[in-house]
Ligand binder design. Structure first.
Ligand code: PMP
Length: 469
């Protein structure tokens, strides 16, 4: 690979970018990671913050020793950093730390004040399962329709709000799709949601590492009531995410997990819960994760979210025309390079006549390029984008139940991070051109149960690269 951009300003901010990995032919190559929509590599500053903090690390809350005081201070500072990052007012909103967005949405689904008459959640058809499935067991879910190219159908959204009006409790929608990178007009939707007296949750797992989030003040009709974040998608993969939400919601009701750290008084008969956010953080928290997440946020803020967006738009507008020219390759979602700044750098594609499982496997084994393939935890959205008929969907469902995933529909997805560069896109394009021409060397066999393709002769001893003791 040629190195046009050796002066890439952000690569030095990350851990592990120069790591070489083995290929099928026995050579080593610098890994290219285009799987940032799944998880990102770590910021060096997050690693450094943890290393520094570990010298003082101790129990948080109520410990009287210096290290406990400092740890409590760091943990609470991390909370403020998150609130500030999403433009939340600490008087009206609270930051509850948890593992990730999945946990955050599940928490809200347990804690949301549904009533007998207000119990509908409108969920978009492009949601990650994490912002869809929790609602199905908590309320009556109605899915908002999509246009054929995968955007939200806002007319359908308007009609649903109009039809169900005061029955709508919440709209749960992603800020950006983790499949197509399409951005939703969330502030405009929020105004409409609030006009019928409902609230809005914006899943920012994919959005927040790439664009500025501004929850706005509660008296602004365009405000967000709740947002979710996942540290591992924002360069802080240390097991922490956050739910930022209205204090008044978390001041009421019982937490879904019960235990230490969230109570004022416990008698054998009675419990008085703490105020938010402690009420919703049962047990000892992941202080290290929170510290890392806050350090990553500081780094993103110092780069500037406008600059993050600019860099990503540049990569996206570079990649789209190059990928589009590859014969047999089809892009999905928003395909106009001139609109690269209006979407995220998440690009899904398929290749005629080649399984997504196979293409992804060849990229990994022969070119050292990490991508994701399949349905990206958004099965309904993928079926919609691929225009899969109900009949075929049913047939595939039956095959899956019988343990055969070979024909599972899906796409290949590349997704950019702050450190990716044009050279890497060139390498990907070259690799895809060769794959399309059949110029790959391995002999691949598909495993029926997983659907994955494995090349003959791939006998890697992972302990050689990493082991515990
Ligand atoms: N929502 C979106 C849009 C996502 O991209 C993801 C992760 N891919 C999730 C929710 C779930 O996040 P987590 O796995 O961190 O819980």
């Amino acid at each position: 690979m040629t190195n046009k951009n050796t002066n890439h300003p952000y690569r030095s901010y990350f851990v592990g970018l120069d790591q070489e990995v083995p290929l099928l032919d026995g050579t080593m190559q610098r890994y290219i990671n285009f799987d940032n929509a799944a998880s990102t590599p770590a910021f060096r500053c997050a690693q450094d913050a943890i290393n520094q903090f570990l010298h003082y690390y101790s129990s948080v809350h109520r410990g009287t020793g210096f290290k406990s005081q400092l740890s409590t201070h760091a943990y609470e500072q991390a909370r403020h950093t998150v609130l500030n990052f999403v433009g939340a007012n600490p008087q009206t909103h609270t930051c509850i730390f948890g593992k990730n967005t999945t946990e955050a949405v599940n928490k809200l689904s347990h804690r949301f004040p549904f009533t007998e008459t207000r119990n509908i959640v409108l969920v978009s058809g492009m949601e990650h399962h994490s912002n869809d499935l929790p609602w199905r067991s908590a309320a009556k879910v109605i899915h908002i329709g999509l246009t054929s190219d995968g955007h939200l159908d806002e007319t359908n959204f308007d009609n649903l709000l109009d039809t169900y009006q005061s029955k709508v409790a919440l709209v749960a929608i992603t800020g950006a799709s983790n499949v197509t990178g399409i951005l939703n007009p969330t502030h405009r939707l929020a105004e409409k949601v609030h006009a019928v007296g409902a609230q809005i949750l914006v899943d920012c797992a994919q959005y927040a590492p790439h664009r500025r989030v501004d929850m706005l003040e509660l008296d602004n009709p365009a405000h967000f009531d709740y947002v979710t974040l996942s540290g591992h998608k924002m360069y802080a993969p240390f097991g922490t995410g956050a739910l930022v939400g209205r204090r008044d919601t978390f001041e009421q009701g019982d937490p879904e997990y019960r235990g230490g750290g969230e109570v004022e008084i416990v008698t054998l008969e009675q419990v008085v819960w703490s105020e938010p956010p402690e009420r919703d953080e049962a047990g000892s928290p992941n202080t290290i994760g929170a510290v890392a997440m806050a350090a990553a946020i500081c780094q993103l803020q110092s780069v500037g979210m406008d600059e993050v967006a600019r860099h990503e738009a540049e990569l996206t507008s570079y990649a789209i025309p190059r990928l589009s020219k590859i014969p047999k390759l089809h892009l999905y979602g928003e395909m106009d390079p001139a609109r690269a700044a209006e979407r995220l750098g998440v690009i899904p594609f398929g290749v005629d006549g080649l399984s997504h499982f196979l293409v992804a496997s060849i990229l990994g084994h022969e070119f050292g390029i990490g991508v994701r393939n399949g349905c990206f935890c958004a099965h309904p959205y993928i079926l919609h984008l691929l225009d899969v008929t109900d009949e075929l969907a049913l047939q595939v469902r039956e095959q899956i139940i019988e343990g055969d995933r070979r024909e599972v529909p899906g796409l290949i997805r590349i997704s950019f991070g702050l450190y990716n560069e044009e050279d890497e896109i060139d390498a990907l394009v070259e690799a895809l051109e060769r794959i399309v021409r059949g110029e790959y060397r391995g002999v691949y066999h598909q495993d029926a149960r997983s659907g994955e393709y494995h090349p003959d002769g791939w006998n890697i001893d992972f302990d050689q690269y990493f082991k515990f003791c």
